[in-house]
Design a protein around this ligand. Structure first.
Ligand code: FES
Length: 926
């Protein structure tokens, strides 16, 4: 068989001739040989559709399609979608209708839609949904994608652009098209895996096949001898740096040292001329293992005498609020948190109704469609630069500086567009080992892991929560007692903070005098647990909100009314020393109940449920921003918010444009680069609009003040008599355009005004080392049906109501919350990482089911409470996480009201539901 084949094809109308090996995949050819980076690699298993291209007009998954099969054919990629140099109708519809968030699925969605247009010119909504069965999106709730396809095919309804009540505001509150939409619908958007540097090597990792094993011997000799291999590293080689990292405890080595603590832990890293050579070299590595007993469940890890995941005390991490962390020596307890007020035991003893139960929440995979990636390069003059798909460039910088003994100023983290995060890309993940490989190889190295490897990188902490609630006969909530165990996996990551933050708000949005909350973070020999949308709150809200409904049943009260009776009011104290409640729970609950038709009779075979949530944002928390007004009156915003799909850059541009009264298109927001853009703690905790937005507002206001002072001097009038409007300083009838004003001020057409904004907390008495900057608040209502023969639950209707203070970009808020609901439906109905004896059984998208377009409820509505009472710019506050949290309890409550069975375990798979129904039937049958 020849080693290569001559392949001739036409790509986007251009003739191409290539000599290709038989095994070359079409995706690699279009991306790496032809430089067409629009099609993306994600699942590698023909499930997600991100790699979809057309071959002779038919949609194919290029990740599994041999390039030689395309010989003599016509291939079309997203780069070929434009018509006469203008966006096609489909591309325009995707951009304008909010069908693009992180954009990692966009090319595949567009090409699939293009194939559908040829197949079924008169496609219906149902046929579009059916056609998307092989196309996943993890950001949107699919609604906007389906709408955009309808519109792109020429039969959609006119674009509905939600607007906020804006009053005098002109840019804020408008559903403007996101600033990165154009690059995302044309395939020009660049993510880390699209970046290349001259001489760049490709990295691959050998992972532990055992959940717990001692490394007796590693022989890398044969791997090192493979031509094209630049570097091979094991944990034993890392004597020249500090190999440990971790934000809470520095307990995670970049490569396993002496012991591997979970199946899939990186053990050996190779950098080679290309990915195939790297993979080939890994095959030649010999590892001798001694298996150790493993603990893979909370029960096993907490049992007396359990095998220990860590036998030495880990090093402290770098966060002040976590400096008190202490593992319990000789156990698998990584951290314990407790918070209490009042006298819970006395209150429960005096309660008329006490409901109690234990609820479990599963291990869940984020499946951000862009798997983690990093590209590292060392330079004698400037130090280390890492291009990373990270949500925390500044935390990664701190970690790398410590590990490589370098000052912060010589570590540079650049973050291009990120293809979804949901918490999975917080804190260092691949960056340390990629940097070490680049140092060893003496050249730039890119490490891009697969979706399968992402399952072995981070996940949501599974939880077991035992909860007691005490109520007075009149419905008053007297006491909340919650004891939870969180499984943080093999390494702590940010698990201890998840435990603290999630547990602190376990009592939910309710007024309750007696509270006792205690949680334990527990090591197990499984993939490390980390941040995931909701940050510990979904796990406990599942338990508490289920029990609130159970209490309503026992008290013979309506669940909505029982909640309403106990809700915290606007301005009321959540806990002594913490921020007063900054929204209106009552309004959210009422809107949700009204929209779901709570008081209407429910149809036969249907059940309705509601749930609520409260979440504290990260504290203490610092953000800085710089705004530059250029000589031509255009504006650059420097801020380090990571753009991972949430639309933050567009929101920051809207804020700057509003404050400076310039057209939105004159504002550019840079992507994070720690050597250029100023400090920002993290892009997580729904904080960017509030914290970075305030910093941008302040920085833009600083520029506006300078303009007024300059104009006041020029006009010899008090600054207070001036205002800015439409790119000019206005004094009576006179308009001094910014560019003319700057020219006069600097004496030439050059020079710029620079404004600075800083948002930093002062000291507070709040329990967790800082008052929450804002409260994230939401309600959810579900109507479900059930197939009693199979146990399959269908969420027919779902209404989400989030209190966001004010929507800066209403369309963005809506698409985010639709995505949040879908992600919530995932862990509610189908998502769970299943282990057997420490082996992950479903660590691919073939086996791990995430929601598809067909899983969207027939009616999914996202509403917003806007009272402009948030602490962010123009009264805004965080959005995007809250709407996920009530999904599980709302669905569980609906199912309980329909069946009379209270479910305590997620996900509510058909099998689990069917078994519960059977058990109930068996109990009833004598
Ligand atoms: Fe679809 Fe992010 S926009 S995966």
């Amino acid at each position: 068989m020849p080693s290569s084949f001559d392949v001739r094809l036409r790509v986007n109308g251009r003739a191409v001739a290539l000599a290709l090996p038989a095994e070359a995949l079409l995706l690699d050819v279009v991306r790496d040989r032809l430089g067409l980076k629009g099609a993306k690699r994600s699942c590698d298993t023909q499930v997600c559709g991100a790699c979809t291209v057309l071959v002779d007009g038919a949609a194919v998954s290029a990740c599994t399609y041999l390039a030689v099969e395309a010989d003599g054919r016509e291939v079309q990629t997203v780069e070929g979608l434009e018509e006469d140099g203008r966006l096609s109708a489909l591309q325009r519809a995707f951009a304008e209708r909010g069908a693009v968030q992180c954009g990692f699925c966009a090319a595949g969605m567009l090409m699939t839609a293009r194939a559908l247009a040829a197949d079924e010119p008169a496609a219906t909504r149902e046929s579009i949904v059916r056609y998307l069965r092989g196309s996943l999106c993890r950001c949107t709730g699919y609604l906007k994608i389906v709408e955009a396809i309808q519109a792109g095919l020429g039969f959609g309804a006119p674009a509905a652009r939600p607007e906020s009540r804006t009053g005098a505001l002109s840019v804020v509150g408008r559903s403007v098209t996101r600033s990165d939409a154009l690059e995302k619908v044309t395939g020009r958007a660049r993510y880390v895996t699209d970046l290349e540097l001259p001489g760049m090597a490709h990295a691959a990792l050998l992972r532990s096949p055992y959940p717990h094993a001692r490394i007796v011997r590693i022989d890398t000799g044969r791997a090192r001898a493979v031509p094209g291999v630049h570097a091979v590293l094991t944990g034993a080689d890392l004597t020249w740096c500090d190999p440990y990292h971790g934000p809470a405890f520095r307990d995670r080595p970049m490569l396993a040292i002496d012991v591997a603590r979970y199946e899939g832990e990186p053990v050996v890293a190779v950098a080679a001329i290309d990915a195939a050579v790297a993979a080939c070299a890994l095959e030649l590595v010999e590892v001798e293992w001694e298996e150790l007993p493993a603990v893979t469940t909370l029960e096993a890890a907490l049992a007396p005498g359990a095998p220990l995941v860590h036998t030495t005390e880990p090093l402290a991490g770098h966060f002040a609020d976590l400096s008190s962390l202490r593992p319990r020596p000789g156990t698998n307890v990584c951290h314990q948190f407790a918070y209490a007020r009042g006298d819970v035991e006395a209150a429960l003893a005096g309660a008329d109704v006490v409901v109690e139960d234990t609820f479990t929440f599963p291990r869940v995979q984020h499946y951000a469609m862009e798997p983690h990636a990093a590209l590292a390069a060392w330079d004698d003059a400037t130090g280390l630069t890492v291009w990373a798909s990270t949500q925390n460039p500044f935390s990664v910088r701190v970690e790398l500086a410590k590990m490589f003994g370098a000052p912060l100023g010589r570590i540079r983290i650049v973050v291009p567009l990120v293809g979804g995060g949901f918490g999975s890309k917080t804190y260092a993940k691949l960056e340390p080992v990629t940097a070490a490989l680049a140092r060893a190889a003496g050249r730039p190295v890119r490490l891009a892991i697969s979706a399968e490897e992402a399952f072995r990188t981070v996940r949501r902490c599974d939880t077991r929560a035992a909860v007691r609630l005490g109520f007075r006969r009149d419905g008053m909530l007297l006491a909340v007692d919650c004891h939870a165990d969180f499984d943080v996996g093999a390494y702590a990551d940010i698990g201890p903070r998840i435990v603290q933050k999630g547990t602190y708000t376990a009592a939910g949005p309710y007024r309750v005098a007696h509270v006792r909350l205690a949680s334990t973070a527990v090591y197990t020999n499984t993939t490390p647990g980390g941040a995931f949308r909701g940050f510990g709150v979904p796990q406990l809200a599942w338990a508490v909100e289920s029990l609130v409904d159970e209490a309503a049943r026992q008290l013979d009260r309506d669940p909505v009314e029982l909640r309403r009776q106990n809700l915290l009011a606007h301005g009321e104290e959540f806990a002594p020393g913490d921020t007063p409640i900054d929204g209106k729970f009552e309004e959210s609950l009422s809107r949700a109940a009204e929209a779901i038709g709570w008081t209407r009779a429910v149809a036969a075979g249907r059940g309705r449920g509601v749930a609520m949530m409260l979440k504290a944002s990260i504290a203490p928390s610092v953000s800085e921003a710089i705004v530059r007004l250029h000589a031509d009156a255009s504006v650059t915003v420097l801020a380090s918010t990571v753009e991972m799909g949430q639309g933050a850059r567009t929101v920051l541009a809207q804020i700057a444009a509003e404050v400076l009264a310039v057209p939105l298109e004159r504002v550019t927001v840079l992507l994070p680069d720690t050597s250029v853009t100023p400090y920002d703690q993290t892009t997580s905790s729904s904080r960017s609009t509030t914290m970075v937005g305030r910093a941008v507002q302040e920085a833009a206001g600083d520029v506006a003040d300078q303009l007024l002072r300059i104009a006041a001097k020029a006009l010899d009038t008090p600054a207070a008599s001036l205002r800015i409007d439409a790119g000019a300083v206005v004094h009576g009838e006179r308009h001094l355009d910014y560019d003319a004003l700057l020219r006069a001020h600097f004496g030439m057409a050059g020079g710029e005004l620079i404004g600075r904004g800083v948002v930093a907390p002062g000291p507070t008495r709040a329990p967790l080392g800082g008052s929450t900057p804002f409260w994230e608040m939401a309600a959810g209502a579900a109507e479900v049906s059930l197939d009693v023969e199979t146990g399959a639950v269908t969420v027919e209707d779902y209404v989400s109501v989030a209190d966001v203070g004010r929507r800066i970009n209403p369309l963005s808020c809506e698409t985010q919350d639709e995505g949040a609901v879908l992600q919530g439906l995932g862990h509610t109905l189908c998502e769970e990482m299943v282990y057997d004896g420490g082996q992950l059984l479903n660590g691919t998208l073939l086996d791990y089911r995430v929601p598809r377009a067909a899983d969207v409820p027939s009616r999914l509505e996202c509403h917003f409470v806007e009272n402009a009472d948030g602490p962010g710019p123009f009264g805004a506050k965080g959005a995007g996480e809250g709407s996920l949290v009530p999904v599980s309890p709302a669905v569980g409550n609906a199912l309980a009201r329909l069946t009379g069975v209270r479910f305590r375990e997620l996900p509510l798979t058909p099998e689990r539901v069917w078994r519960a129904l059977r058990e109930r039937q068996a109990r009833r049958t004598p």
